[in-house]
Write a protein of this length. Structure first.
Length: 441
């Protein structure tokens, strides 16, 4: 499979704004960059998604809603279809523009930040570097929007506001009432998405809708209810507890992701293993994981490490026990592991180093352990590298293990380091700093 690139790579306005940091950002936490266990099953789901893509190519916009419990493979399914579409597209129509992927990611800690997934996506697309001044960022944004015909002073002003860029006299959206500003922001966002799809077929992905802020949800409701948007395959993922607030429509398909069957778990346990596993072991694994891929993955790892006899049961506790157990066996420094979980789903090494009490050698050794324990993925060259948690559940398991007082101290230290040593990073992601300040108490 070709590497998944969650950004626009074909010639066009985006090329003009491409920077080193943008390239580094692209596809950052998409597992195509790391070794993945082979995909098991999901043939019917992939066929359905391929079929919907075909309709999109014929100008019939489609929406697919994928729901399932955490760890069931929603993100993996999305990544797989993106990879397939990009691969097929390259083979079928050399010279044709590649499909564009716009990915909005809702995040648990940003449910109160208005339109957070949009600003997060734009930040990634534009590749703002921490050492770039607001005026450089403003220029890049303006040039990007120009490529989509969205360069009216008001549009640029509204996008700039979403990205927390200071007001610029040339591009002003001032003078609007808050209600009007919201309406206008929704309008330019719709124009942006349509303009992307007008250039080439587009995949518009919104991950983890159960964590969306109210504005993002309202925007999506309006977008999807407004009917078929030609040239766009919209894929939304969410957990079962989330209820879709807009009505059903013929261009909208709901896809419930199921747990893997016993046969599929057996198939999984046999791939990558030269020795056939005893039937009793496969049964035990199936029973304990309940066919949830994330847990099967954990158990496969434990089987390889021959530690399946631990007191582990199915359910959310499994993840905690398994991760903690593995870290214990590796004699990891818990303080450092906890600190990483407090830093958030994705963090830069430099911020960790500024916050940790341990020195560089220790940090480096501990991070290597966390990566080999399957807790973190790493990206980039030391020391300007970043880390991302492999899965929210692993991050949560670590974070909840920290006692209240220590957790507050960690948040406090992180907030101070951001303010004192990384003011520009704090400027780019003010929500992140606000989050740490709030949790510091
Ligand atoms: N069908 C599958 N075959 C193999 N591995 C899978 C499958 N589905 C999910 N996984 C793996 O399980 C883990 C959790 O999947 P993920 O897509 O992150 O779950 P979700 O988004 O539903 O929370 C990932 O490491 C993923 O690669
Ligand atoms: Mg996911």
């Amino acid at each position: 499979m070709t590497p998944i690139d969650f950004a626009d790579r074909s010639p066009g306005p985006d090329e003009a704004v491409s920077t080193k940091s943008e390239r580094e950002n692209q596809g950052f936490d998409t597992p195509a960059a790391v070794a993945l266990s082979p995909l098991i099953g999901r043939d019917a789901e992939l066929r359905l998604l391929e079929d919907r893509w075909e309709q999109v190519l014929e100008g019939q916009g489609q929406t697919v809603l994928i729901f399932g419990e955490p760890g069931l493979g929603k993100s993996r399914l999305v990544q797989t279809i993106v990879g397939m579409i990009q691969e097929n597209d390259g083979a079928a129509s050399a010279g044709e523009p590649r499909p564009l992927v716009i990915e909005w990611r809702c995040a648990e800690h940003f449910q109160n930040s208005e339109l957070y997934p949009v600003s997060n996506c734009m930040n990634r697309l534009l590749g703002f570097g921490v050492d770039e001044s607001p005026s450089v960022r403003f220029e890049r944004l303006a040039r990007y929007l120009e490529g989509y015909g969205l360069d009216s002073p008001e549009s640029v002003g509204l996008f700039a506001k979403l990205l927390f860029l200071p007001a610029d006299d040339r591009y002003s959206a001032a003078g609007l009432t808050p209600a009007r500003e919201r309406e206008e922001t929704f309008r330019v966002l719709r124009q942006w998405i349509d303009a992307c799809a007008a250039k080439r077929p587009a995949l518009f992905i919104v991950e983890d809708l159960h964590w969306s802020d109210a504005s993002t949800l309202e925007f999506l409701g309006q977008l999807i209810s407004s009917g078929v948007r030609g040239g766009i395959l919209t894929i939304l993922t969410f957990r079962p507890e989330f209820k879709i607030p807009w009505p059903a429509a013929s261009h909208q398909t709901v896809l419930a992701l199921n747990r893997l069957s016993r046969r599929q778990v057996t198939e999984w346990m046999r791939t990558g293993s030269s020795k056939a596993l005893p039937e009793s072991l496969v049964t035990q694994i199936y029973r304990r994981t309940g066919g949830v891929p994330l847990l099967v993955e954990e158990f496969t790892r434990m089987v390889r490490e021959s530690v399946v006899d631990g007191p582990v049961g199915a359910g959310s506790g499994t993840e905690t026990t398994s991760v903690m157990g593995r870290l214990d066996r590796m004699a990891c420094d818990r303080e450092i592991a906890w600190l990483t979980a407090t830093l958030g789903h994705r963090f830069d090494y430099e911020l960790l180093a500024a916050t940790a009490t341990a020195g560089e050698t220790t940090l480096r050794a501990e991070l290597t352990k966390l990566v080999s324990a399957g807790v973190l993925y790493s990206k980039g060259q030391w020391p300007r590298c970043s880390y991302v948690f492999k899965h929210g559940l692993v991050e949560e398991a670590l974070y909840t293990a920290i006692d209240e007082q220590k957790r507050r101290q960690f948040h406090q230290r992180i907030a101070e380091a951001m303010e004192e040593q990384f003011p520009k990073a704090a400027e780019i992601e003010p929500e992140l700093l606000a989050e740490h300040c709030t949790k510091a108490g």
